[in-house]
Design a protein around this ligand. Structure first.
Ligand code: PLP
Length: 373
C-alpha cells in the first residue's frame, strides 16, 4: 500500500464556498482537544454564543452552532418549526429555495409555492398575494442570499408581510451572514440558519442558527415529536444552555468550535459594518475588472450580492476547461453555474477572508492572461 499523508495545496478559494481560511483560524483548529464537557470548553461555548448573537444582531437566547453543515441548519429550522399539516409559503428563486420546498414537504407541510425567475430576488408583491389567498399560512420561508444565482432578497420587507398575517419566518442566511447587512431582531426574523464556510471563513461543517422567542414557543407547543432525534432542538438545548450543568447530547466538534470562536472573534474585532463595507468595496473592484474583460452580470445591480458574483461567460471562454486551467496554473478556484445556468455562468465568490485586494488582483490577472488580453 502506498497511501501517504495528504498535503493539500493552498488554493485561493473564490467560489460559492468554502472560502479562504486565515492562518489564525487554522491554528485555532489545531490546538489541543479538550473534553466537550470540560469547564474551560463550556466557557468558550458561551463566548461562541455571545459572538454569534453579535453576528446575527440578535438578543435571542437560543443562538448556537448546529454540529453539521448549513444544510443541517436548514433542516433543523424546518423539522422543528413545522408540524404535519401546517401551511407553509415557500419562495423559490434558485437551488436553495427548492431545497426548502423539499424540507417542508418531508416535514409534512402543505406547501404554497411562490416562484421567481432565477437571478431575480423574491417578489414581495407575490408573497403578499400568496398570504392574501392563504391567510392561514403559519410560516414564510425564503433565502436571503441565493448562492446559486447571486441575488439578494429584501428580508425586512418579506418579514413585514409575514408579520401582518402573524406567520413565522424561516430564513436562509448561509451566504448573507457576515457579508451583507442581516439584522435578525430589527427585521423580526424567527428561525435563521447560516453556515461556517461562507462569509465567516471558518471550516465547513457548522451551522449557526438562531430562534426567536416566538419560534421557541411554536416548538414548545408541538403536539408531535420532531421526527429527527439529532436535530430536535429541545434536546440540544440541554447541552448548549443548561444553567451551570450541561447534559450530554452529542460530542461537540470541539476543534471546529475553536475555529468558529476564532473566526467570529475576527469578525467582532473588525466590526460588522466594516466587514459589510469590505465586501462591497472588493465587489466594486472585481466588477470593474470583470466588465472590462467582457463578463456581464446575471443579477440587476440593485439586488446583486457583493460576495457572490454571478457572471455570464464572454464568447470564446469555455467553462470547465478554463476553470481547470485557473485551478492548475493559478491555484484559483471559481465556481461554475448550476441548473439552467450551468456552462453559461461563473460564480466568483468574495466571501469573508477571500474578500481582499490580493484575491481580486490575482483573479483579474489570471483571467487577463488566460483570455489573452
Ligand atoms: C452553501 C449553502 C447552503 C448549504 O450549506 P452547506 O454547508 O453546504 O450544507 C444552504 N443555503 C445556501 C444559500 C448556501 O449558499
Amino acid at each position: 500500500m502506498t497511501i501517504q499523508r495528504f498535503f493539500p495545496p493552498r488554493r485561493i478559494l473564490m467560489g460559492p464556498g468554502p472560502s479562504d481560511i486565515s492562518s489564525d483560524v487554522l491554528q485555532a483548529l489545531s490546538r489541543p482537544t479538550v473534553g466537550h464537557l470540560d469547564p474551560l470548553f463550556i466557557g468558550m461555548m458561551d463566548e461562541v454564543k455571545t459572538l454569534l448573537k453579535y453576528a446575527f444582531q440578535t438578543e435571542n437566547d437560543f443562538t448556537i452552532p448546529v454540529s453539521a453543515p448549513g444544510s443541517a441548519g436548514m433542516e433543523a429550522c424546518f423539522v422543528n418549526l413545522i408540524e404535519p399539516g401546517d401551511k407553509v409559503i415557500i419562495c423559490r428563486n434558485g437551488v436553495f429555495g427548492e431545497r426548502m420546498r423539499e424540507n417542508a414537504i418531508r416535514s409534512g407541510a402543505e406547501v404554497v409555492l411562490v416562484d421567481d425567475q432565477w437571478g431575480k430576488p423574491v417578489s414581495v408583491d407575490k408573497v403578499a398575494a400568496a398570504f392574501a389567498e392563504n391567510t392561514d399560512a403559519k410560516i414564510l420561508a425564503f433565502v436571503h442570499a441565493e448562492t446559486s444565482t447571486g441575488a439578494l432578497s429584501d428580508a425586512q420587507a418579506l418579514s413585514k408581510v409575514a408579520k401582518q398575517y402573524d406567520a413565522l419566518t424561516i430564513v436562509d442566511a448561509v451566504t448573507s451572514l457576515g457579508g451583507v447587512p442581516l439584522k435578525v431582531d430589527e427585521w423580526q426574523l424567527d428561525a435563521v440558519y447560516s453556515g461556517s464556510q461562507k462569509c465567516l471563513s471558518c471550516v465547513p461543517g457548522l451551522s449557526p442558527v438562531t430562534f426567536s422567542p416566538k419560534a421557541i414557543a411554536k416548538i414548545q407547543a408541538r403536539t408531535t415529536p420532531v421526527q429527527s432525534w439529532f436535530l430536535d432542538q429541545s434536546l440540544v438545548l440541554g447541552y448548549w444552555s443548561g444553567e451551570g450543568k450541561r447534559s450530554y447530547h452529542h460530542t461537540a466538534p470541539v476543534n471546529s468550535l475553536y475555529a468558529l470562536h476564532e473566526a467570529l472573534l475576527g469578525l467582532y474585532n473588525e466590526g460588522l459594518e466594516s466587514a459589510w463595507q469590505r465586501h462591497a468595496d472588493m465587489h466594486q473592484k472585481l466588477k470593474q475588472g470583470l466588465e472590462e474583460l467582457g463578463f456581464k452580470y446575471v443579477v440587476d445591480e440593485a439586488c446583486r450580492l457583493p460576495q457572490l458574483n454571478s457572471v455570464y461567460l464572454p464568447e470564446g471562454v469555455e467553462d470547465a476547461k478554463t476553470r481547470q486551467h485557473l485551478l492548475e496554473e493559478y491555484n484559483l478556484e471559481v465556481g461554475g453555474g448550476l441548473g439552467d445556468l450551468a456552462g453559461k455562468v461563473w460564480r466568483i465568490g468574495l466571501m469573508g477572508y477571500s474578500a481582499k485586494s490580493e484575491n481580486v488582483a490575482l483573479c483579474l490577472k489570471a483571467l487577463q492572461e488566460t483570455m489573452g488580453k
